[in-house]
Design a protein around this ligand. Structure first.
Ligand SMILES: NC(=O)C1=CN([C@@H]2O[C@H](COP(=O)(O)OP(=O)(O)OC[C@H]3O[C@@H](n4cnc5c(N)ncnc54)[C@H](OP(=O)(O)O)[C@@H]3O)[C@@H](O)[C@H]2O)C=CC1
Ligand SMILES: Cc1cn([C@H]2C[C@H](O)[C@@H](COP(=O)(O)OP(=O)(O)O[C@H]3O[C@@H](C)C(=O)[C@@H](O)[C@H]3O)O2)c(=O)[nH]c1=O
Length: 302
């Protein structure tokens, strides 16, 4: 399928990934329809290219897909507040699992390629790093609901599906719901504020533009199956925020190490959930940007 004939439907277009996908498709003149639960929050997305879509609404999902008739759907819609998912269980599973079911039912008997975005939080963190073949054992409702979403896909037997598992997605967006640790820490450290950062959560954070490039490469190469898409380095969040301080050339003593117990987050999180990205590197030439370079890209002073 040639790229110019592609018509991409984005769900969750108001989120960080959804916004960055929208920007990419506008810049590359690729036909798209941006959809989100609430009104269009993206200043540069024309209202003509946007439709409200709640993926929990089965009929609405069917109607929008039939009308737009996409070649690809990128499901970037999710309830991503991990702690809120512990309290709002119905919405969490409704969006993250039933939403996926609704999309799958709407594309039954079509040639539409679904790209589903999933998470490192399907793992329990007992291993340091995870490949696509490792066994899931989610610790939180958020992780369970995203794993349910994956299982609905596996059980459907659909072949034109790609699951991209990613971790701590960061970048620049407008009016975002989910706070972003790197943008936030950059802002706080510049003001000279002291930060307490966990030294017992090890992650492979993902620059959102790398994730968008991965989606485009999946589309170009017709890659199906499960792929990990993340940054290249597994470090504790403390070590990552020290790098932010070094980038800013501020005193690294502003960053103090705490443990997850002190942070007192409601949902249980994996200790180490590194994602091994060799399959995507080999499969479609995925190549994440160096972390320090990504900091200069998200820096509002650049
Ligand atoms: N952020 C991260 O660190 C990580 C994210 N992921 C996954 O990546 C994907 C994108 O995440 P990200 O962009 O950061 O998430 P955001 O929280 O920034 O955005 C998610 C979007 O989903 C939309 N949404 C929520 N409920 C519904 C619904 N019922 N119907 C339609 N849209 C809905 C929201 O729309 P509105 O604003 O209109 O309410 C929101 O804009 C998600 O699948 C997430 O699980 C995976 C690993 C890490
Ligand atoms: C705000 C804050 C965060 N942190 C740490 C905790 C955590 O490891 C990291 C990011 O914090 P968050 O609360 O945003 O992280 P969290 O909600 O755990 O992020 C997760 O989001 C969902 C959607 C995913 O799918 C996961 O991949 C993961 O990215 O920073 C501190 O150590 N100190 C702080 O003051």
């Amino acid at each position: 399928m040639s790229q110019s004939k592609n018509r991409i439907l984005i769900t969750g277009s108001n989120g960080l990934l959804g916004q960055t996908l929208t920007k990419h498709f506008i810049e590359n003149q690729i036909e798209f329809l941006a959809t989100a639960n609430s009104e269009n929050k993206i200043s540069y997305c024309p209202d003509n290219d946007f439709r409200a879509l709640n993926i929990q609404n089965k009929e609405q999902v069917k109607e929008v897909i039939q009308e737009f008739n996409p070649t690809h759907i990128i499901n970037a819609a999710a309830m991503t507040n991990v702690d809120a998912c512990e309290d709002e269980v119905e919405r969490c599973f409704g969006v993250n699992a039933t939403g996926v079911k609704n999309i799958l039912e709407a594309i039954e008997n079509t040639e539409i390629h679904l790209i589903q975005i999933s998470t490192d939080f399907i793992f329990d963190g007992q291993k340091k790093s995870y490949s696509e073949e490792d066994t899931a054992n989610p610790l939180s409702n958020y992780g369970k609901s995203k794993w349910d979403g994956e299982q609905i896909i596996f059980k459907s037997g659909f072949e034109k599906v790609t699951i991209l598992r990613t971790s701590i997605v960061y970048g620049v967006g407008e009016k975002l719901n989910k706070g972003n640790i790197f943008n936030w820490s950059m802002q706080e450290l510049r003001k000279g504020n002291q930060l307490k950062i966990v030294n017992d959560q090890f992650r492979t954070p993902t620059f959102v533009e790398d994730l968008v490039q991965a989606c485009q490469k999946v589309i170009n190469s017709n890659s199906f199956g499960v792929y990990n898409i993340a940054g290249g380095d597994l470090k504790s969040m403390f070590d990552y925020i020290i790098l932010v301080a070094e980038y800013l050339k501020v005193d690294t003593d502003l960053v103090s190490a705490i443990t997850s117990k002190n942070l007192n987050q409601k949902a249980k999180r994996p200790i180490s959930s590194g994602l091994i990205i060799d399959k995507a590197k080999k499969g479609f030439d995925y190549n994440p940007t160096d972390f320090m370079v990504t900091l200069s890209k998200i820096d509002p002073e650049n």
